[in-house]
Design a protein around this ligand. Structure first.
Ligand SMILES: Cc1cc2nc3c(=O)[nH]c(=O)nc-3n(C[C@H](O)[C@H](O)[C@H](O)COP(=O)(O)OP(=O)(O)OC[C@H]3O[C@@H](n4cnc5c(N)ncnc54)[C@H](O)[C@@H]3O)c2cc1C
Length: 604
């Protein structure tokens, strides 16, 4: 029997980002004993990096906004593959969740009359993002963390979960190791909430933190849950590209929301060249109108720079491919031009976009109040994830819940900026509430020592193979290049087939990876254990993308560049088959209720 400590909770939340903390707070307020486990320190989850804001139709800046418009925007952005129930709940509940955060101490930027200020963002018809300058995630995490501690959460920091545990069909807890000392800890729990974030580290150019290795997706998959719509990966149009040491770091959409424009090498605003039909009526057709929109003119339509991220990213790729890119393979994003319009432009930019100002000054020696930024697309977000029930957030495995970026449904084929932070609050709360309810209404679980021993043996195996074997970093690097080059922004059948062959080879290499040294403070070991997760999500992305023979949202195929209505009726779902191989099926999308269909029609 393995040597480990066992800790018992009613509800175990894996992840301490916005979704995990909100879930944990709700579960704790439901009167059950809650534990939170996270890979990094409390307060350091990826959510802390969020910049632009959280979307909620509070109508503080434009009184034409409502949950109905937010719902229609989210569905249009997701190209109607969204779980419509989640889109409805999100649009209806986000305002209350933001106001609750304020009640718990979050200090948002203010309108002149003292209400929460809201800013413009891509794909949102009205200014909708509650924000704190461009450091909204920090305020969110700080507030949830403070509130959570007062709710009595038991937090286990710097523990990585390597496997979920079962009692028959039901989830029974998790096995984790301590990243500092390498000791194992078993968590026994009646319900488990996965809130582990995304998968961006499967690609070589990414805005995502080191934590984004797809752990929750893979743990759920291995535990028998289904993953949905994994082909939909969001490539944010504006990441830094120069110097190489900063490649992929995000440049917030808030820059474009404040009036920033995209230009090619010749100084042309190329976004006016191609406005998709379903956005034409809402998009400015001249520069003057676009500028007025960013300054709050309610009669103006948004500039094409604020079209959805998938479209803007592809337009940038087109400029570069056709030889009109910037010197380092991107295009220019310029906010400095607003000095022609505003008397105190430099101060205004520094006040509205403080992090961007410092980021470019310190990392690229560029003063964004005076000169344009050079930017290009970066892997940013995964719309695909664990398939959950829209109301309860329970996965297809009893007692296993998921929320936040690791869960699928709300965003369909493409997420609108700002809809993630509100997703974390709305569905974090729901997951916590229903996990607590599950724990209260179901009896205790028993742990299977054999399952725990197998998990420990798996985790320690890289040491048995030793430092003479191939290292984890080489395999990780090869996988990231494969995904970047063959399953990236623009995809084609032969490339994805090649990627799947390569992933099979990499799986075998990963099984032979060896780690020198011992369990204490050993990042090579951590990377070796990440590989299984990265390979599972990469395979799920490539398989789902290969099957989707059309272009929609974040998924663009060179060989099928058009949208095909036949693909609008189902979600792709992958599961682990009886023989251990990945199986993919089509799950029909339930018909939209008449009331919601009417809203979409009305807002077209
Ligand atoms: C630079 C940047 C800016 C962004 N700006 C915005 C924005 O302005 N508005 C918006 O809506 N969205 C934004 N996003 C997206 C948004 O920040 C994320 O989608 C969101 O924060 C994800 O939150 P989460 O709670 O799901 O996961 P996270 O905040 O990533 O938390 C995941 C948690 O899971 C833990 N974890 C992971 N694996 C394990 C494991 N195996 N064992 C134990 N613990 C584990 C981690 O340690 C962490 O605590 C931005 C993203 C980036 C990269």
């Amino acid at each position: 029997m393995s040597d480990h400590q066992t800790v018992v909770h009613d509800v175990l939340v894996i992840g301490a980002g916005g979704a995990g903390l909100r879930a944990a707070i709700e579960a704790a307020s439901g009167g059950v004993k809650v534990g939170v486990v996270c890979k990094s320190l409390l307060g350091k989850a990826h959510t802390v990096m969020a910049e632009g804001g959280m979307a909620a139709a509070m109508a503080n800046v434009d009184d034409r906004d409502s949950w109905r418009v937010h719902f229609a925007d989210t569905m249009r952005g997701g190209q109607y593959l969204n779980n419509w129930r989640m889109a409805e709940l999100h649009a209806k509940e986000a305002p209350a969740r933001v106001q609750e955060l304020e009640k718990w101490g979050a200090l948002f930027d203010r309108t002149k009359d003292g209400r929460i200020l809201q800013r413009n963002f891509g794909g949102h018809r009205y200014p909708r993002l509650a924000h704190v300058g461009d450091r909204t995630g920090l305020e969110m995490i700080r507030t949830l963390q403070d509130h959570g501690i007062h709710e009595g959460l038991d937090v286990h920091m710097e523990y990585t979960v390597v496997t979920l545990l079962h009692d028959g069909e039901r989830i029974a807890g998790a096995l984790a190791y301590d990243r500092e000392r390498g000791r194992f800890r078993v968590f026994r729990a009646k319900a488990v909430v996965l809130a582990t974030g995304g998968i961006g580290r499967a690609y070589s150019i990414s805005s995502n933190s080191w934590e984004y290795t797809g752990d929750g997706h893979a743990l759920a998959y291995l535990a028998g849950a289904a993953l949905q719509d994994m082909e939909f990966v969001q490539f944010h149009p504006t990441g830094m590209i120069w110097p190489p040491s900063v490649r992929g770091i995000l440049v917030t959409e808030g820059v474009r929301g404040e009036g920033g424009v995209l230009r090619n090498r010749d100084g042309k605003r190329f976004m006016f060249d191609n406005i998709p039909d379903n956005y034409k009526s809402q998009t400015a057709d001249n520069e003057e109108e676009g500028w007025r929109y960013t300054q709050g003119d309610k009669d103006a339509r948004r500039p094409p720079e604020l079209l959805t991220r998938d479209h803007v990213a592809r337009m940038i790729v087109r400029e570069v491919k056709e030889g009109r890119g910037s010197p380092h393979g991107g295009v220019f994003l310029d906010i400095s031009w607003i000095k022609d319009r505003l008397p105190n432009a430099a101060e205004h930019i520094k006040k509205k976009l403080p992090s961007m100002y410092h980021q470019f000054k310190q990392l690229a020696n560029i003063d964004i109040t005076k000169e344009p930024m050079e930017i290009g697309p970066t892997t940013h977000y995964v719309m695909g994830g664990i398939r959950v029930d829209g109301d309860t957030q329970m996965s297809t495995v009893p007692g296993l819940f998921a929320c936040g970026e690791c869960a699928a449904g709300l965003h369909g084929a493409n997420r609108l900026g700002g809809n993630s932070l509100s997703d974390l609050l709305v569905f974090g709360k729901r997951a916590g509430e229903h996990a607590a309810e599950f724990a209260r209404s179901h009896g205790d679980v028993a742990l299977d020592e054999g399952e725990i021993d197998a998990g420990v043996r798996y985790a320690l195996a890289p040491f048995e193979r030793g430092g003479g074997a191939e290292g984890a970093y080489q395999v990780q690097d090869a996988l990231q290049s494969t995904m970047q080059d063959l399953v990236g922004i623009v995809r084609a059948q032969h490339e994805m087939e090649e990627a799947l062959v390569e992933i099979e080879t990499l799986k075998q290499r990963a099984e032979r990876v060896g780690v020198p040294g011992n369990r204490e403070y050993n990042p090579g070991w951590h990377t070796a254990l990440d590989l299984r997760h990265l390979l599972i999500v990469s395979e799920a992305i490539a398989r789902s993308a290969l099957e989707r023979k059309e272009s929609r949202g974040g998924h663009f195929r060179d060989d099928y560049p058009e949208k095909d209505p036949a693909f609008a009726t189902f979600n792709h779902v992958v599961r682990r088959g009886a023989n251990g191989a990945m199986e993919l099926v089509r799950e029909p999308i339930p018909p939209l209720p008449a009331e919601l269909a009417a809203i979409i029609e009305e807002m077209k």
